[in-house]
Design a protein around this ligand. Structure first.
Ligand code: ATR
Length: 494
């Protein structure tokens, strides 16, 4: 189940949010602490005005909420609002039984809040929050809460891949507790929100727009990740990196899976330790994953087999499980070649100038060299250019000498990060004069047009953008992940 967190300041606003997100969600959580004071007073009417079950929550500040009432007033407000037709009421783990007895003019004796909820068939969620870590006794806490017949909810903050593993292990450790809510907050927790079923969680929270840290929108959770449709048989794929959330790859792979009705999901994993990730990969039976900066080298000790390209480039961007062994390939290499393969085959690209000598450049230089193109590498640090040129039997030069190559090469490839945020206005070779005849390849894909890209276009060059390479390498990854061609009718939005 996907549960939309309602953080509007009025009931009307929250009703509109339910309606706008209705096709993606099956549950909503009304956050009383976000409502204006006068709206809080009439919140009990809310569930009967929407067509989905509603959780009632009044979160105090220490648990990440906005409620500033005294604890006594807070619980009294929760009690009053809970008179409405809510399906669940969230009460924090540390609230004592004795604090849940209320005077009510309708009754002679004090009302036992918990008992009255149970008698009306309202389920109680007992919640625990930790914004600093995943506590060591998390399984014990969940078991204790479940023993009382309530639904345990733990919202904790993984700070590493090891913490993420602890949350996924809850599935096995606590398999006897069918109803529980487990949430990994913060940036490491995103994969636990998408794969909530693999943590054994009965639901995952999502937002209408900007949500809590790590929380995704209902639309992204449902349409891009199909989080609520995943089941035991779903093959899990993903991308590992640090940072990783800027990546466009989920928008390539997930629509591809859906189009060919392949039961799979592709998830971003923020990875601080490759070693820990391989443990998680075994645990979740991950079928394959993409690798991005800074792990393209780090994964290699864990691979049983690598291709010639991975060995040459020293970088692996694709890992697949083949007969219980991890195999590393490099689709950047072939993805780069795809848009220029015909020109190389026809002999219209025989010489190339490659700007930059970093990781991206290595794949480019090897790909060109292996296809008989004569390469010159120019780089800000000339010693880096020399090292790569020695390895690949190419020539090298410094950036200042770039003009020596104006009109003298068939292809110019830009592999540095210049032109990407925060250097959006910069050009790595501002003095290079394009003749208009060379093919220009800009590897940066965000933004689509860098100053270098624009200059080359204005000079009349045939310019290839980085999005094309990204999509090509993604399609090749898709093939090695699934064994099927990428569906030609899907056009990923990068
Ligand atoms: P990637 O893996 O994306 O290629 P990298 O390995 O860090 O990233 O390589 C970055 C490349 O961009 C290098 O060639 C770098 O030049 P240096 O070897 O001199 O560091 C180049 N680069 C980065 N910032 C640059 C700048 N402001 N001007 C020119 N080149 C730059």
């Amino acid at each position: 189940m996907l549960c939309l967190t309602l953080t509007g300041s009025t009931l009307e606003e929250n009703r509109a949010l339910v309606q706008q997100n209705r096709k993606w969600i099956s549950l909503a959580e009304l956050r009383l602490d976000y409502l204006q004071a006068d709206e809080q007073k009439i919140a009990s009417s809310f569930p009967s005005t929407v067509d989905i079950p509603v959780i009632l929550t009044l979160r105090r500040q220490s648990d990440g909420g906005k409620c500033t009432l005294s604890e006594k007033q807070r619980l009294q407000t929760l009690y009053e609002s809970a008179k409405g037709d809510f399906a669940f009421v969230d009460i924090e783990e540390d609230v004592k039984k004795s604090d849940l007895k209320f005077k009510d003019p309708l009754f002679e004796n004090k009302v036992d809040f918990e008992l009255s909820l149970r008698q009306r068939g309202v389920r109680i969620i007992r919640s625990f929050h930790d914004f600093t870590c995943v506590p060591a006794d998390i399984y014990g806490r969940i078991s204790k809460l479940a023993a009382k017949g309530d639904i345990p909810k733990v919202a904790v903050t993984p700070k590493s891949m090891i913490d993420v593993i602890a949350l996924f292990r809850a599935q096995q450790e606590l398999s006897s507790i069918k109803e529980k809510i487990i949430i990994g907050m913060g940036e490491f927790g995103v994969c636990t929100r998408i794969l909530y079923k693999k943590c054994g969680s009965m639901l995952s929270f999502c937002s209408a727009g900007e949500g809590a840290p790590g929380q995704l929108s209902a639309q992204v959770m449902s349409e891009l990740y199909r989080a609520d449709k995943l089941d035991e048989k779903t093959h899990v794929f993903g991308i590992i990196g640090n940072p990783v959330y800027h990546t466009a790859s989920p928008r390539i792979h997930n629509p591809g899976f859906e189009a060919i009705h392949y039961n799979a999901v592709y998830v971003p994993f923020l990875v601080d330790s490759v070693r820990a990730f391989f443990k998680l990969a075994e645990m979740l039976q991950i079928h394959g994953f993409s690798v991005t900066v800074p792990h393209k080298r780090n994964v290699q000790p864990y691979l049983g087999r690598i291709t010639r390209e991975v060995k040459q480039i020293g970088a692996c961007n694709t890992v697949t499980r083949i007969q219980n062994m991890w195999k590393g390939t490099n689709t950047d290499y072939y993805g780069f070649l795809a848009p220029i393969a015909d020109e190389i085959a026809q002999g219209s690209i025989r010489t190339a100038l490659v700007i930059g000598a970093g990781g991206a450049s290595r794949a480019v230089v090897w790909a060109l060299h292996n296809h008989g193109v004569k390469v010159t590498i120019i780089n800000r640090s000339v010693e880096h250019a020399k090292l790569l040129s020695d390895e690949t039997m190419s020539s090298f030069d410094s950036l200042e000498h770039c003009n020596r190559y104006s009109g003298a090469v068939d292809l110019v490839v830009q592999t540095t990060s210049v032109g990407m945020a925060p250097n959006l206005d910069e050009d790595p070779v501002p003095s290079f004069v394009f003749s208009g005849k060379e093919i220009v390849y800009e590897l940066v894909y965000q933004p689509k047009e860098t100053p270098f890209f624009r200059r080359a276009t204005q000079a009349g060059c045939h310019v290839i953008g980085g999005a094309q390479m990204l999509i090509e390498q993604g399609k090749l990854q898709f093939e090695s992940f699934t064994g099927y061609h990428y569906p030609h009718w899907v056009h990923p939005e990068i």
